[in-house]
Design a protein around this ligand. Structure first.
Ligand code: SAM
Length: 274
């Protein structure tokens, strides 16, 4: 099986999984959370059961909402590409926030695309929020289609970031925004390779170093406008996950990976110069 087949197989297999279990509100996240008040969060986690799961889920929703602020204005008629949409969590939150925004989400997993379509139908936004199986590195979209691109924890699966930047620049409109949220290998940390390798094995990723997000965009039209370091607030989130009675099984290396800063959690915002 090739690389993309392996990524698709991973997400096809994740059904009644950890992320699904947390999603009492029907919004299934496949990404880290952000915790700004660690003491209050840990109190909720220590309560255990549904309270703990809600605390973790709420912090994941907080990450989405934090990231949305970097997408710029999404007024009437705006089109957003959700590049690597999972089961549609971010798109559905965006659709609720921007009632006239049209969204197209792509995932490599046919199961995820179908699950996201069902979720959109349940929320009554299926006419403007569409999900398809397809690669964000070869999009079935015309040049200059999108006002904004959202890529939350999907670029870790991309073998060469240049391919991602070039394809998203092709389908984006002039002055479009791109927001990437990603696990990043800390190239200057002695444990960077160790923790990136552990995550890569578990999640079928190729975690990139920071320069891939900075230099990778050079010459593609995307210009970096902001870089946020979210490592501290996500290390706090993973500390809560490590204290859960039953998690996903990856907490044993993800929690120390972020706590030690061998892995970084970054948000990069870009604007298309065309
Ligand atoms: C960790 S999940 C994140 C999902 C979603 N963005 C979220 O935040 O909940 C990674 C997603 O990226 C998608 N993905 C990875 N490589 C892709 C590619 N080349 N084309 C489309 N989707 C891709 C996977 O199918 C999966 O849905």
């Amino acid at each position: 099986m090739n690389w993309f087949g392996r990524v698709a197989a991973l997400y096809d297999s994740k059904r009644k999984d950890f992320n699904w279990r947390l999603a009492a509100d029907g919004i299934i996240h496949h990404h880290n959370g952000l915790v700004f008040d660690r003491a209050a969060y840990m109190r909720r986690v220590r309560e255990g059961g549904a309270a703990a799961e809600k605390a973790v889920h709420d912090s994941e929703t907080a990450l989405s909402r934090f990231g949305f602020k970097f997408l710029g204005r999404l007024g009437h008629g705006a089109q957003l590409l959700d590049a690597g949409c999972g089961r549609g969590g971010s798109s559905l939150l965006l659709a609720a926030r921007y009632p006239r925004l049209a969204i197209k989400g792509f995932t490599l997993s046919s199961y995820q695309a179908a699950a996201a379509r069902t979720a959109a139908r349940h929320r009554g936004c299926q006419d403007r929020v569409k999900f398809r199986r397809g690669s964000m590195l070869a999009l079935p979209a015309r040049a200059g289609s999108f006002d904004a691109v959202w890529a939350c924890e999907s670029t870790e699966h991309v073998p060469a970031m240049k391919d991602f930047f070039m394809e998203t620049a092709r389908v984006a409109k002039a002055k479009a925004r791109l927001v990437i949220i990603a696990w990043v290998r800390n190239a200057g940390h002695r444990l960077g390779r160790k923790y990136a390798a552990l995550a890569d094995r578990a999640y079928v990723t190729k975690i990139h170093a920071e320069r891939d997000y900075l230099e990778g965009a050079n010459g593609t039209g995307w210009e970096l406008t902001r870089a946020e370091d979210l490592t501290g607030p996500t290390a706090a989130y993973w500390a809560g996950r490590a204290a859960l009675k039953s998690g996903s099984g990856t907490e044993s290396f993800m929690a120390p990976g972020f706590a030690s800063r061998a892995l970084l959690y970054r948000l990069y915002a870009y604007r298309l110069k065309k």
